[in-house]
Design a protein. Structure first.
Length: 757
C-alpha cells in the first residue's frame, strides 16, 4: 500500500481492536521505507508492527548530505520544522548522479534531435523528436556502477537492485532493528557477523520483538472463531487394550475422563497447532456405558456430522477413506499373527548334527579328503610312512587328515610344503571345532523355542480356531483369507486373548490370534515368554485421526503430528503407556537358529584350498624338473599321451633316494650293519671299534680265524651273524646297485658271496 492508504488502514485497525495482543502485522518496503514521514497519531496506531525496509548504510557522505539538505529545505520552507529524508529521496539523488555520469561517458557530441513530425507547436512533446544520442546514453546508464548515498547503484533489467534489507519493529516514537537479510546469509543479527547460517530463522539470529498489545510472547498468528462451540471429538469405548484409549465415568461428579496413548498424542498435537482449538471428548457409547458399535460405525458418525473428529487407535484403511479423511499416521500398524511358542526337544539322538548346515558338513568332509590327498602327494616320494600298499597309503592319508579334528596326528612330515598346508588346515579346523562346540553348547543348554505354527495355510489345512479383536476390521481380513466364520472367535482384552491361546484350538480355545501390530506388542510385553509374532499378514497405513472430508484441519494436524512424533514428547508418551519394550527378552533367545552355514566359513576354505593347490603345483613342478631326464628320455611320437602319463606316474611312485630323508637313513643303517658284523659280533666284543667304509657297511668279508664245531681247530671262514641280517643286507644291496626289484637280473656279486659263505 502507499503510505497514505496504509496510515488509514492502521488507524481503523486500532479502532476495531485489531492492534491488541494475539495479532501480527507485517509491512513491506512500500510503507516501511516511508514510515518516517507519517504523523505521530498514525505512528501510535502502528505499535508492535514488523516491517521490511531497504537498508541504507550510514556513511560520512550521507551525514553531510543530510545536513546540507535539511539546511536548504529549511531555508526554502521556514514553516516546516521536522524534515526527514527517506530512501526514496536518496534514490532520486543517486539516479540524477548516475544520469550525469552516463552523459559524461556517452559524450555531448551529436546531442541533437531528429524531428518525426512537421508540426511547429513546441508545446507538444512529440514535436521534440528523438534524441540521436539516446541509445548510447541508455547503454551508458545501464553500465554505470558506483557507491551512492543509498548504497551500491546497480541497474539490472532497468530496475535498481537492493541486496540488503532490514527487519524493524515499530516501538515508541521510532523503530528498533530486529535483523538483517542478505541473499548470501539470510537472516542475521549483525551484518558483519562471521557466525551466520544461510536462510536461518533461528531466534538467536533475531533481536527482541514487542508485539501488538505490548506483548513479548510470540502470537500463534490466528484463531478459528468457534462462536462458543467446541470441537466434538469421538473416542472409542472398549473392554480391553486400555493402553490406547480408556474411558472412565465418575458417577459422583457425573464427569467422564478419557486418557490413554492415543489421547495423549491427540492433546500434544492440538497444542502444537499454530492456533488455539477448543475441543471435548465424547465417548462412542450407549446410555448404559457400553460400546455403541464397531470402529467403522464410529468413523461413520463423522460422515453423518455427529462428530467433528475421532481420536483413538483408528486404523487408516481404504474403505473408510470413502467417507472421511485421515491425518498422517502417528503410529505404524499392520495385521500380524501371534502364536504360542514351544521348546525344542533336546533328547533328539541326532542333535549333534544341528550346529552345522548340510552344505557345511559336506564341504568339510570334501576338504578333509582333499587335504589327505595333498599330504600324500607331497610326502609319498620322501616319507616311508606314506608308502606301502594302496590300502595302507589311503588309510594313512585319511587318518592323518581326519586326526587334525582332535589334533592327534602323529605321522612325521618331511616336506616343508606339507607342513605349511597342515598349519593352515589346522587353523581352519580349529575355527570349525570351536564354532561347532559353541553352537552345540547353546543347543543343549540355552532354552530354544520355536513357534507352534509358522504359516497361515497350516491353520487353514488343520481347521484350527483363530481369534481376532472384537469390533475390529481384522474380521474382514480373516474372511478374505478364506477362514471359516465358525472357526473365528472374538476377544475383548489381552487377558482374554491369553486365556484362549493357553487352551488351544482342541480345548475350546484358539491356535493363533490375529491383531494389529501395536496391540500384539502390548500382548507380548505381558506374556513375552509364551507367545511370539510370526509374520505380517496385511499392511495398513497405521493409526490416524479422523476428520470430515475437506476439513481444513487435515494439513495443519498432519504437520503437527510430524513435529510431535519427531520430538521427545513422543518418547515420553510411549514410555508412559506402552512401557519399555526392552523388558521382554530378545526374540533371538526364543527362536532357535538354523545352524552355522557355509557362508560364514567359505573364506577359510578358500584360503586352505588355494594354499593346497599352490603346494601341489610347486611340488609337481619340482618333480618334473628333477626327473626330467627319466621322464622325457623314453618319450617319442609313437607313445600316446596316456602312456607318457603312466610312465611319469610310475616314476612318481618310486622313492626319491636323493632326498635328505633317505640319505640320512641309509647312512644310519650302514653304520649299524657294520657294527653288528664286526669280529666276534657286537654281543661278544662290545668294545670293538667298527669300520664305517662303504664295503664293510655292506658285509664284513675279511677272513678271520674261528674254531670249527667239528674239530675245534681254527679255520678261515666268513662270519654271518644270522639269516635276517643276510636277507636285509641282500635287499639293501639290490636297491643300492640300481635294482629295486629282486627278481630282475643284474650283478649280485656281493649277495652271491654272502650266500656261498
Amino acid at each position: 500500500m502507499p503510505i497514505d492508504l496504509g496510515s488509514k488502514l492502521f488507524t481503523k485497525a486500532k479502532e476495531n481492536g485489531m492492534m491488541s495482543a494475539g495479532y501480527v502485522w507485517i509491512m513491506t518496503t512500500g510503507m516501511t521505507n516511508s514510515i518516517c514521514s507519517t504523523k505521530s497519531s498514525v505512528h501510535d496506531s502502528m505499535q508492535g508492527v514488523l516491517g521490511v525496509k531497504t537498508y541504507v548504510p550510514k556513511t560520512i557522505e550521507l551525514e553531510n548530505f543530510t545536513l546540507r539538505w535539511k539546511t536548504k529545505f529549511h531555508q526554502d520552507n521556514p514553516n516546516i520544522l521536522d524534515v526527514e529524508l527517506n530512501v526514496r529521496g536518496l534514490w532520486a539523488y543517486d539516479a540524477a548522479s548516475a544520469l550525469a555520469k552516463a552523459v559524461e561517458k556517452a559524450g555531448t557530441t551529436n546531442f541533437g534531435f531528429e524531428n518525426t513530425t512537421s508540426s511547429s507547436n513546441l508545446t507538444d512533446l512529440a514535436t521534440m523528436g528523438v534524441s540521436l544520442n539516446g541509445p548510447r546514453l541508455h547503454q551508458a546508464l545501464l553500465d554505470t556502477r558506483f557507491t551512492g548515498l543509498a548504497g551500491e547503484f546497480n541497474l539490472q533489467n532497468g530496475q535498481l537492485q537492493s541486496s540488503t534489507f532490514q527487519i524493524i519493529n515499530v516501538n515508541g516514537n521510532g523503530e528498533r532493528g530486529v535483523a538483517f537479510w542478505t541473499p548470501e546469509n539470510g537472516l542475521v543479527r549483525e551484518l558483519n557477523s562471521t557466525n551466520t547460517s544461510t536462510n536461518s530463522t533461528s531466534r538467536r539470529n533475531l533481536g527482541p520483538v514487542i508485539w501488538p498489545g505490548d506483548s513479548s510472547s510470540i502470537p500463534k498468528g490466528w484463531e478459528i472463531p468457534t462462536n462458543g462451540k467446541k470441537l466434538r471429538v469421538g473416542v472409542p469405548v472398549k473392554d480391553g487394550f486400555f493402553e490406547f484409549v480408556k474411558v472412565e465415568h465418575d458417577a459422583s461428579t457425573n464427569t467422564t475422563n478419557v486418557k490413554g496413548y492415543s489421547i495423549d498424542i491427540f492433546k500434544a498435537v492440538m497444542e502444537a497447532l499454530p492456533y488455539n482449538v477448543d475441543y471435548e471428548f465424547i465417548p462412542f457409547a450407549k446410555p448404559n456405558g457400553e460400546s455403541a458399535g464397531t470402529y467403522n460405525d464410529m468413523v461413520y458418525q463423522v460422515y453423518l456430522g455427529n462428530f467433528d473428529a475421532v481420536a483413538g487407535d483408528t486404523t487408516i484403511v481404504a474403505n473408510r477413506t470413502n467417507y472421511v479423511d485421515f491425518t498422517l499416521p502417528y503410529m505404524e500398524s499392520g495385521v500380524t499373527m501371534v502364536v504360542p511358542i514351544k521348546e525344542n526337544d533336546k533328547k533328539n539322538a541326532w542333535v549333534f548334527l544341528k550346529p552345522l548346515t548340510w552344505d557345511l558338513w559336506i564341504t568339510s568332509g570334501v576338504f578333509f579328503v582333499f587335504i589327505g590327498f595333498v599330504i600324500w602327494a607331497l610326502e609319498h616320494r620322501i616319507n616311508e610312512e606314506f608308502r606301502g600298499p594302496p590300502s595302507h597309503e589311503i588309510g594313512t592319508s585319511l587318518w592323518y587328515s581326519f586326526s587334525t579334528v582332535v589334533f592327534a596326528q602323529k605321522n612325521n612330515l618331511s616336506s616343508n610344503l606339507a607342513r605349511i598346508v597342515v598349519i593352515i588346515w589346522v587353523f581352519v579346523v580349529l575355527i570349525l571345532t570351536q564354532s561347532y562346540t559353541a553352537s552345540l553348547a547353546s543347543l543343549l543348554t540355552i532354552q530354544q523355542l520355536q513357534p507352534a505354527v509358522t504359516d497361515v495355510n497350516q491353520l487353514l489345512m488343520n481347521g484350527d480356531h483363530v481369534g481376532y479383536p472384537e469390533g475390529s476390521f481384522v474380521l474382514g481380513v480373516l474372511k478374505e483369507m478364506n477362514f471359516d466364520v465358525s472357526k473365528l472367535m472374538a476377544y475383548k482384552s489381552v487377558e482374554e486373548c491369553d486365556e484362549l491361546l493357553s487352551k488351544g484350538s482342541a480345548n475350546g480355545g484358539i491356535a493363533a490370534a490375529f491383531d494389529e501390530i501395536p496391540s500384539i506388542k502390548i500382548l507380548l510385553s505381558k506374556y513375552c515368554s509364551k507367545y511370539t509374532m510370526v509374520q505380517p499378514i496385511s499392511k495398513t497405513d497405521g493409526f490416524g485421526f479422523v476428520f470430515p472430508k475437506g476439513s481444513p484441519f487435515i494439513s495443519d494436524v498432519s504437520r503437527a503430528i510430524l513435529n510431535v512424533t519427531e520430538g521427545e514428547k513422543m518418547k515420553e508418551i510411549e514410555k508412559t503407556w506402552l512401557g519399555d519394550q526392552s523388558d521382554c527378552p530378545s526374540s533371538n533367545t526364543q527362536v532357535s537358529s538354523s545352524g552355522l552355514s557355509l557362508e560364514s566359513f567359505w573364506g577359510l576354505f578358500l584360503v586352505a584350498g588355494i594354499a593346497s593347490l599352490l603346494a601341489l603345483i610347486i611340488s609337481f613342478s619340482m618333480f618334473l624338473y628333477k626327473e626330467r631326464r627319466k621322464i622325457w628320455i623314453h618319450f617319442d611320437s609313437k607313445n600316446s599321451i596316456w602312456r607318457r602319463i603312466r610312465h611319469a606316474l610310475r616314476i612318481f611312485d618310486n622313492k626319491d633316494l636323493s632326498s635328505h630323508t633317505f640319505r640320512n637313513k641309509a647312512l644310519t643303517e650302514r653304520g649299524n650293519i657294520a657294527c653288528d658284523h664286526c669280529i666276534g659280533g657286537s654281543d661278544a666284543l662290545p668294545s670293538t671299534n667298527c669300520l664305517t667304509s662303504p664295503i664293510s657297511s655292506l658285509v664284513h668279508m675279511d677272513p678271520e680265524f674261528t674254531f670249527s664245531k667239528d674239530s675245534g681247530t681254527p679255520s678261515r671262514e666268513c662270519f654271518i651273524p644270522n639269516p635276517q641280517d643276510h636277507a636285509f643286507l641282500s635287499a639293501k644291496t639290490n636297491e643300492q646297485i640300481g635294482h629295486p626289484n629282486p627278481n630282475q637280473e643284474g650283478p649280485r656279486t656281493q649277495e652271491i658271496a654272502i650266500e656261498n659263505c
